[in-house]
Design a protein. Structure first.
Ligand code: SIN
Length: 541
């Protein structure tokens, strides 16, 4: 790194200390910061908090067994069934068991969940849930309302320092300890790399949807958190499992607007351009089949040139605007009246089940690194996440992390770690757009809804080549995550949940387990394919 330049942090206006850093201004990061209060915490976020976070775009809500007749055990069993054989039962039980306490926390932070005339929470049904279990806000506005309440709470909490517009691009380590983070200000466009020392780092950097050309995630969801943790040596779990939402609205927008699954829960049906209700032939539950099955059904229609359309004209009709205001707004923007016309739909990358391996307290395999939200793989989702379990997982494990940090590091204090701040003009974010476009095309065509050994082998070679020609730290983090998805997909010679291989179309007993992989292990496998030395070693020299 050239011309070392040191900046003094914390700035003088900050009277707290930087012993806990949280990366990410989405639900997991904000909830963790609030749960740690009054302990001083710094949140680093690439966009203003609440913006650039998938949580704010969530339409359905939070799954919790709070309605009459529902039980935690039923929620656990549905989660396990959706996860296609590899859910960690202990984690799923813990998550479902703490759901109602976390819903009450959110109510206290001011989230206006829908209630009936008796004041009881209203719950709705989504695919693969055996009960009405999704707690929501004004139909499809849960994510927005939850984030609005939390952003307000965070801004009113003096122990939380916000550093917005900081793109974190490296986790620093000394020996086996995480010592802090390096972030680039000005939305990642500054040549300055500023070190933030810390005793505890919580990675809550969100998902990886923008690895793909079509996604429902905000542009900030580029898999950076997973890549950074992998490059620091953390074990990554289940990276091959990516969930494609069946019904992104197909109007050529990036990111793609979402038509919530709750619409199918209300009885909306899927048709091709010939009017056939194609899901009837594919699964007994038709439109309410698990998400991966519906996504593949729609993908086949689109690939065959017949297109796929969600018909809400009968099941929702004139109530659309009041019951699903968010989707209604998206349709209006595209000139579609969903009360009278069918909505064109297409699968889009929606949720990454894989991520930084964490335990029940959100601890990663690196000392000093915790992680929560979509950037993790707790084991709660297995190969296929049950709808509306993601916001739940985020708040449950964010809260457990806060307890764990408070127990392990009772006194807030800073530590005298080596300052690694500096200048690196070669590593700016703005330059990687062309390469990012290329990466998204590789991932969509070769590691997408349908995969094959041949396609993923090519993807691994092409991603490796891209990495050898790009040194932007931020982009290398994204490439690292893509590489882990592709190589783990190639190694898993079966189909399970969100991972479907045309050359191995069935589940196989010998693969009924999770994937645990380090970047070093991944690089060894990739090197066998490319015949070249391991790229990650080159990147770190
Ligand atoms: C949806 O509203 O369809 C998405 C819900 C989820 O992904 O959990």
């Amino acid at each position: 790194m050239a011309d070392k330049q040191t900046e003094l942090f914390p700035p003088q206006s900050w009277t707290g200390v930087d012993d806990v850093l949280i990366v990410g201004g989405g639900l997991a990061g904000l909830f963790c910061a609030l749960k740690l209060a009054p302990r001083p915490v710094t949140i680093l976020a690439s966009a203003p908090i609440g913006k650039g976070a998938s949580s704010a775009w969530a339409q359905a809500g939070i799954a919790a067994a709070v309605s009459p007749g529902d039980t935690v055990e039923k929620h656990v069993q549905d989660t396990i069934a959706a996860g296609a054989g590899i859910v960690d039962e202990h984690i799923a039980r813990l998550m479902a068991g703490e759901a109602s306490d976390r819903i009450h926390d959110l109510l206290e932070y001011g989230v206006p969940f829908d209630r009936d005339l008796e004041g009881k929470l209203v719950t709705s049904r989504e695919a693969a849930h055996s009960e009405n279990r999704v707690v929501r806000v004004k139909g499809d506005m849960a994510g927005r309302a939850i984030m609005h309440a939390l952003v307000t709470a965070v801004k009113n909490t003096p122990s939380i320092r916000l550093m917005e517009g900081y793109v974190v691009e490296e986790i620093t380590t000394e020996g086996k300890y995480v010592t802090g983070l390096i972030a680039r200000p000005d939305g990642g466009n500054s040549p300055k790399r500023i070190m933030f020392p810390a005793r505890a780092v919580v990675m809550a950097a969100g998902g990886s949807g923008h690895l793909y050309e079509r996604t429902t995630n905000p542009t900030e969801a580029r898999g950076g958190g997973i890549g950074m943790a992998a490059r620091a040596g953390a074990t990554i779990a289940d990276p091959e499992f990516v969930q494609f939402h069946p019904t992104a609205i197909n109007v050529g927008k990036d990111p793609s607007p979402l038509a919530t699954e709750a619409l199918r829960g209300e009885g909306c049906t899927l048709h091709n351009s010939a009017g056939e209700r194609f899901m009837l032939a594919l699964d007994d539950d038709a439109e309410m089949a698990p998400r991966d099955i519906v996504a593949r059904g729609i993908f086949a229609e689109v690939e065959a040139g017949r297109g796929a359309f969600l018909d809400c004209t009968t099941a929702v009709g004139e109530h659309f605007k009041d019951e699903f205001p968010t989707v209604y707004g998206y349709c209006q923007d595209a000139g579609i009246d969903p009360a009278k016309e069918r909505i064109p739909v297409i699968p889009a990358a929606h949720y990454h089940m894989g991520g930084i391996l964490t335990d029940a307290d959100g601890r990663s395999t690196l000392d000093g690194l915790w992680a929560c939200g979509e950037t993790t793989s707790t084991g709660a989702h297995g190969a296929n996440r049950l709808a509306s379990n993601s916001l739940l997982e985020a708040v449950v494990f964010a809260s457990r992390i806060a307890n764990n940090i408070s127990g392990l590091l009772p006194d807030p204090k800073t530590s005298p770690w080596k300052d690694k701040s500096g200048i690196n003009p070669d590593a700016q974010t703005a330059d990687d757009d062309v390469a990012m476009k290329k990466l998204r095309s590789i991932m969509s065509s070769k590691v997408g809804v349908l995969r094959s050994g041949e396609g993923m082998t090519k993807a691994v070679i092409e991603i490796d080549e891209l990495e050898r020609n790009n040194n932007s730290s931020r982009f290398v983090n994204t490439l690292t995550t893509a590489k882990l998805v592709a190589i783990a997909g190639l190694l898993r010679e079966e189909s399970r949940g969100g991972h479907f291989r045309t050359d191995f179309p069935k589940e196989r007993d010998e693969w009924k387990h999770r994937t645990f992989i380090t970047l070093k292990e991944a690089e060894k496998e990739i090197s066998k394919i490319t015949g070249k030395p391991e790229a990650v070693l080159q990147a770190q020299n």
